[in-house]
Write a protein that binds this ligand. Sequence first.
Ligand code: R5P
Length: 311
Amino acid sequence: MKLISCNANRPLSEAIADYLDMRLTRSEVKTFADQEIFVRIDENVRGEDVFVIQSTSYPANDNLMQLLIMMDALRRASARRITAVIPYFGYARQDRKTDGRTPISAKLVANLISSAGADRVLTVDLHAGQIQGFFDIPTDNLFGGPVMIDDIKERFGKDKIVMVSPDVGGVVRARALANKLNADLAIVDKRRPEAGKSEVMNIIGEVKGARCIMLDDICDSGGTLANAAAALKEQGAVSVSAYVTHGVLSGNAVQRIEKSVLDELVMTDTIQPSADALKSKKIRVLPMAPLLGEAIRRIANEESVSKLFDR
Ligand code: R5P
């Protein structure tokens, strides 16, 4: 098997390679003056089981094109099987028509990935589980939950915690973790007056005197978490932390988190954290390489991936 990385998150690719005790296949991904992308694979991959690692994070379109062009190069170089390892699958929030005459871009991106040559996909915490069905090739959607559970147990010990879903869409995810941690559940009733803005309407559940842990797949502008943290503290929460899988953190999200009453934001490194995020005293990063590396090992050896989550 071979591991190859595009440019979105090289540190994660290196960490996955370390976990598997391998090295990354030598390759070059560069951008011409007119912004076209060029890729060259500098080793033989004929007949190999190849895993291409690339998150389609900011800049989403460039990173997506890198992935597509890399897979095209691999296919033309006679790789036997290509797995697109997409720790963060961008465009996932455009998974349905929200209005008349709007696209379903998540489906379009899934089609592009298959057409470029992917035989399988490995990803983490898709925004909506049903996006797996947008691919007509095998798709493993890993859960970030187990990585977070270990950290929550270590940090919060026997404290009274309440798991909080910051919106109705995240209830299933938050309930699953609450069950595993024997914690209560609360839900934030969030409204989005327009894309990129959010308002808290109500808190459903009892949070007074509790240490609240919000769970979300994405933190983008930081508005959802900042507003929800304020509402939870107003209702008497003792502390409010947030665990998110994908730290998109666009624009001034880091500053917004810093200024908010949120005590801590814990995120994984499916997206390479910015220098600002790494400097922030409120943000902590959990490594995803062991989970992704183990899933890659199992796929290569035709072993069960779902067994990773049997506990
Ligand atoms: C929405 O459904 C997602 O799960 C996140 O809650 C959302 O993307 C967060 O966005 P923001 O940080 O911009 O409020």
